[in-house]
Design a protein. Structure first.
Length: 458
């Protein structure tokens, strides 16, 4: 077997990249309020803002789009979509939505989260916002090692089972609407959740009669890392690992823009008859008829094919290897990252990298801006800007435990030379990091402020 892991595909269509000068990028960034979400895509060279909806689709997915049945009700494309998802998850009811946050909105709307708690290993931004918007309280219960970026534990995405039990005992079962496990744990550095942890959380939930749902947007990558790192799974297929994983839950939400390898779409899946009917009723009100759910038939076809391709182990081997390659390049350049690397992104520990920038001055966002200025690279801050919020009584900013910068690699989009360029820019930023200064907020929205916030240099 050769040492070089190659991309298990060849390029059939290309899209030109737009080169800009450093002077141009400084002006663009200033006009965008030092928020890369507000920069036009045409002014980005390497876009690592997100892996959501940014994948390159395969020839089979494009062929499926041509076969898409656009019937309003009972489209054949829905039944293929349903069959593929049911074969992976085992859930009886498959409810399509236009993307993952729509699935979350419908789930939390029917689970009556108002004045109740939703527990998670770590909520991501849209999940937390949907809960809080509906009057619920989102509580994170990560394992202690998840908060130590340099810790090499293999499953830092796990939920702390003892804290879960204690929380349920303290608050009472009726005060908890549901428990979720986000796989992989995106806010916690893209870290996987072990099958052992999923089993333990499931047992606690069943004993307490609390529903357990999986946030499954990166389920294939999580299952591949279980195969690699967890005893007893090395000889199992990734699909069989996924089937076991979902068997411990009552349902799942998914943004198919990640491991569905599609540009749009998502779904809710579950077994409960009554809850499924309530969710379909809300779906009709807000998304569309239950056999299309806000999606075109062509999108249903692309997702069905993409979910099957995401379980291909040659693809997953390449995918995980490419993330490790980027992480090793950064570490060699003296850039501290969350270890071990996960399945979809490399996370820079910006507090450790920029100790001279205090957390209240958004060191992660300052680093995001510098990566863009130096090389036209767009990353995203996962820290004080994304998850910080002001205390309602005191007005004091409450800061999260970590300040990370995520470089999420789109699936099947960039070659190794693109990643080498990102590493080279990282090296350049590392040599001049003392020059990086903090930022201050001049505008923020009440929810998901990082999408539209505007900042200025201190």
């Amino acid at each position: 077997m050769t040492k070089t892991i190659i991309e298990p595909f060849k390029i059939k269509m290309v899209e030109p990249l737009h080169l800009t000068s450093e002077t141009e990028r400084k002006e663009i960034l200033e006009n965008a309020g030092y928020n890369l979400f507000l920069v036009k895509a045409q002014d980005i060279l390497i876009d690592l803002l997100t892996d959501s909806g940014t994948s390159a689709m395969s020839s089979e997915q494009w062929a499926g789009m041509m076969r898409g049945d656009e019937s309003y009700a009972g489209a054949s494309s829905f039944y293929r979509f349903e069959e593929v998802i049911r074969s992976i998850t085992g859930f009886r009811y498959i409810i399509p939505t236009h993307q993952g946050r729509a699935a979350e909105r419908i789930l939390f709307g029917t689970m009556n989260v108002k004045d109740k708690f939703v527990l998670n290993n770590t909520h991501f931004d849209t999940t937390r916002a949907n809960i809080e918007y509906l009057g619920g309280t989102a509580v994170d219960i990560p394992v202690p090692e998840a908060l130590v970026p340099s810790d090499e534990s293999p499953f830092k995405g796990n939920m702390d089972v003892q804290k879960l039990k204690s929380f349920i005992q303290e608050k009472g079962e009726k005060e908890i609407a549901l428990v979720m496990l986000t796989i992989t744990n995106n806010s916690g550095g893209g870290q996987p959740v072990s099958m052992e942890n999923i089993k333990e959380v499931s047992a606690v939930c069943k004993n307490s009669r609390i529903p357990l749902f999986i946030d499954a947007c990166r389920f294939a990558e999580n299952c591949y890392l279980i195969k690699e790192r967890e005893h007893g799974y090395s000889s199992r297929s990734v699909k069989s690992i996924a089937q076991e994983l979902f068997s411990y839950a009552d349902g799942c939400t998914m943004s198919a823009k990640k491991d569905g390898l599609a540009n749009i779409g998502g779904f809710l899946a579950l077994n409960d008859d009554k809850l499924a009917q309530q969710e379909k009723n809300l779906l009709i009100l807000t998304e569309g008829f239950p056999t299309y759910g806000g999606l075109a038939g062509r999108d249903l076809e692309a997702i069905a094919q993409g979910l099957e391709e995401a379980l291909d182990e040659d693809y997953l081997n390449y995918r995980i290897a490419s993330i490790r390659y980027l992480q090793k390049g950064f570490e060699k350049a003296g850039i501290p990252t969350v270890k071990p690397p996960g399945g979809h992104a490399v996370y820079i520990d910006s507090r450790a990298f920029l100790p001279h920038v205090p957390p209240e001055q958004f060191p992660g966002q300052a680093l995001v801006c510098e990566l863009y200025i130096q090389g036209g690279i767009r990353a995203v801050e996962v820290g004080a800007l994304m998850f910080g919020k002001k205390d309602r009584r005191t007005g004091i900013e409450i800061l999260p435990a970590l300040d990370l910068v995520r470089l999420a690699v789109p699936r099947r989009v960039y070659t190794q030379s693109h990643i080498d360029y990102v590493i080279e820019i990282g090296e350049k930023v590392a040599k001049e990091k003392e020059k990086i200064q903090g930022l201050k907020l001049v505008y923020e929205a009440p929810f998901l402020r990082h999408f539209t916030a505007r900042l200025l240099p201190i």
